[in-house]
Design a protein around this ligand. Structure first.
Ligand code: FAS
Ligand code: PHB
Length: 389
């Protein structure tokens, strides 16, 4: 098979990129090693920046998002009894959209056939070849048969564990990483949210987050030690701990229910540079990971492919190589700002095993400053709602 752009990975990055290219008549094929159902079964992000919702609207795929999503004007930082409201709409003029990554992925998948976006699921042993040439290709096995796709460019949208980043020679790539000494235990339940906006809580027991997917489906998280296992957290224990960490007011509004999904995810900050080598470009988790505290993971994937699709469109439409050459630096400039914000909010809202009294006083002082300063709240608000592209 021959195409113009071969995309590895049918998560949000790969699907958004494929649609943005097809909308401009550029040939693109996506391969993914798992099934469509498996991709939809992954419970991930919940908050969309304006950048991401604008891309869905640009593709004409935002109808269900606007019908079922929840536009939010703000969120809250809780520290014991104190609740600091960050008025993102009042401070930035923008909102965020609460609409699960699963639904974004579903909307993008459903629209693929009618828009000529071919997605090959069950593509095993994907390998990238000749990425330093102008004629790269990928090979994979599908139903036991070896397949090959030749393309002008390969786009690695295959997440943190995919093969694309590994295809860039170690002598070229540089990684920057910070691993946090805790994970997030998440629960999804068909119960109404305890609050109409998100609450990020810093408690002596650790971090907690009250989020949602709709007014009837809630998503909660608590910080847990890295060696905790799901069996250590039966639903009742988790609901009890959420009530303690979110504080008495939120606790009085928590509705308990059976977990539809429960999982523990480790937290890390990770960046791989460069995001382009030869005819291979990386986007999304293939190039970077953020702790979910700042709700940036999915949204960074979206901003990467906004830059990448623009560069590819300019190449194929205008024979302009400059945007391709400039992709990595442009994407990384925004990646690092989101990495900083996600790290800052993680340091502010979590309790670290090795932190002492000084560290806690600094957290309290920073929360005091945020509570008392419009400038500090504006800085948080403009990062949370998404910096301009
Ligand atoms: P994805 O990982 O979503 O997609 C990569 C795709 O590549 C997958 O479909 C995979 O099957 C495919 N692939 C991998 N290896 C392959 C191979 N060898 N061959 C072919 N295909 C291959 N972000 C938030 O903003 N908020 C959150 O609450 C949040 N929670 C998260 C929880 C977990 C457990 C994880 C892992 C991530 C979470 N994230 C969250 C981040 C997440 O939303 C990512 O940022 C987002 O999925 C990035 O999208 P992609 O870059 O498309 O990568
Ligand atoms: C979620 O709803 O899954 C969610 C929301 C905000 C975050 C992280 C996760 O910062």
């Amino acid at each position: 098979m021959k195409t113009q752009v071969a995309i590895i990975g049918a998560g949000p990055a790969g699907l958004l990129l494929g649609h943005l290219l097809r909308a401009e008549g550029i040939e693109a094929v996506i391969v993914d090693r798992v099934s469509a159902d498996y991709v939809l079964g992954r419970i991930r992000a919940g908050v969309l920046e304006r950048t991401t919702t604008d891309l869905m609207d640009r593709l004409g795929l935002g109808e269900r998002m606007h019908a079922e999503g929840l536009p939010h004007d703000g969120f809250n930082l809780a520290d014991g009894e104190r609740l600091i409201h960050i008025d993102i709409a009042g401070l930035t003029g923008k909102q965020v959209m609460v609409y699960g990554q699963t639904e974004v992925t579903r909307d993008l998948m459903d629209a693929a056939p009618e828009r000529g976006l071919q997605i090959i699921y069950g593509a095993e042993n994907v390998a990238l070849h000749d990425i330093e040439s102008d004629a790269p290709y990928i090979t994979f096995t599908k139903d036991g048969t070896e397949q090959r796709i030749d393309a002008r460019f390969l786009c690695g949208c295959d997440g943190f564990h995919g093969p694309s980043r590994q295809a860039i020679p170690a002598s070229i790539g540089q990684t920057f990483e910070k691993v946090y000494p805790f994970g997030w235990l998440g629960i999804l339940a068909d119960v109404p949210p305890c609050n109409h906006e998100l609450i990020y809580a810093n408690h002596a027991h650790g971090f907690a987050l009250a989020s949602m997917r709709s007014m009837t489906r809630s998503r909660y998280y608590i910080q847990v030690p890295l060696d905790d296992r799901l069996e250590d957290w039966p639903d009742d224990r988790l609901w009890d701990e959420l009530a303690v960490r979110l504080g008495p007011n939120a606790a009085s509004h928590i509705t308990r229910g059976p977990a539809l999904e429960k999982s523990i995810a480790p937290l890390r900050s990770f960046v791989f540079e460069p995001m382009r080598h030869g005819s291979l470009m990386l986007a999304g988790d293939a190039a970077h990971i953020v702790p979910p505290t700042g709700a940036k993971g999915l949204n960074l994937a979206a901003s990467d492919v906004a830059y990448l699709s623009d560069a590819l469109i300019r190449y194929f439409r205008l024979a302009d190589n400059d945007a391709i050459a400039g992709y990595s630096d442009k994407a990384l400039a925004r990646v690092w700002k989101s990495e900083r914000f996600s790290w800052q909010l993680t340091m502010l809202m979590h309790r670290f095993p090795d932190s002492g009294a000084f560290d806690r006083r600094v957290q309290v002082a920073e929360l005091d400053y945020i509570a008392s300063s419009v400038a500090a709240q504006t800085s948080i608000a403009e990062n949370y709602v998404g910096l301009p592209l």
